[in-house]
Ligand binder design. Sequence first.
Ligand SMILES: Nc1nc2c(ncn2[C@@H]2O[C@H](COP(=O)(O)OP(=O)(O)OP(=O)(O)O)[C@@H](O)[C@H]2O)c(=O)[nH]1
Length: 340
Amino acid sequence: MEQAMPVYILSGFLGSGKTTLLQRLLDHWKAQGLKPAVVMNELGEVNLDGLLVGQSVPMAEMLGGCICCSIRGDLSTELATLIKKESPDVVVIEATGAANPLEIVDAVTEISLYQLVELKGLITVVDAAHLIELYRSQQGSTYRLMQEQIRCASVLILNKTDRVTPQEAEEITVILRKWNAYAEILPAVRCDLEPEALLEGMGGIHAEACFQADEEMQAAHAGEASEAGAEVHGSHDHVMAYTHYFTRPVNSEEFEQFVKELPRDVYRAKGIVTFSDTSSRFLFQYAYREADFMKITPQGDVPDVAVFIGEHFSSRELRTRLLQLEKRILARPAVVKRSL
Ligand SMILES: Nc1nc2c(ncn2[C@@H]2O[C@H](COP(=O)(O)OP(=O)(O)OP(=O)(O)O)[C@@H](O)[C@H]2O)c(=O)[nH]1
């Protein structure tokens, strides 16, 4: 009998470490001689994570919206087309960090009605430092969304444990267990764990816990909306993205300073920039107040671009500041190249 195509869903809040884990899983499968494929969903207009995955892995890109709501209908089509065209051995769906996992589980299950697809599990990556801060304040849509992603997980990766104390890591483990009684909890730094252990420890989808989480979320939203006199929307209509295309290089130190001073409401940013004072281009990442710059030589024609994701921030202000950085370069004499 023909074997069902294993499908994994990668969930977790913005910047928690999903792509970091995805790279590890892909390396693991490739080393086993398997052909993995990826469905990558991004809120922004560009797929920067795709650059990290590399061209050897077949990928369906779903950009500029979230598969759990605005472009949900497309997921079934994209997945079915990818499977038909590439005949992979395994497929991973990387959701946007703002996605409601239940909707994605629903969409994949829908496909399994007419295609031999087996949803193996939902892996949720948790940013330890971010979660503990939200838990302590106990409010906001982000907190509830994280809670939902945790409740629906078949396995939980407690990532970024390097950013919390051992006591805090223990405290978070207790919280995770309270919210999800079934999933194995795997602590990690940069999702560095044994892929075998992760994939084998997966106990399928716990639909009941997931539906309960969804109902609680809907109730919380209904409460919020009636307080505000507004309509009830999806779980993350508070999340917004701004994409900035650079027209010229910027100074590296000024850009680093700009990233450092990003408003707190911007909780995720990533992009590719060319600096006027360095010899290579850089991929920059910013997640929960931590920035990271990596030299990169993108294949093909990749523009200089940055995507900012957060809640209620002013895109106009960001745009003005970035334009100022670009303009300042024009007014400056040539500088000595910095070696980063
Ligand atoms: N300090 C620390 N940084 C980490 C860890 N894991 C990942 N990062 C960094 O966090 C940033 C975000 O990681 P990603 O893997 O891109 O996160 P993501 O969940 O795919 O992000 P989105 O796709 O935007 O939702 C990157 O700069 C990573 O290098 C960790 O364990 N500790």
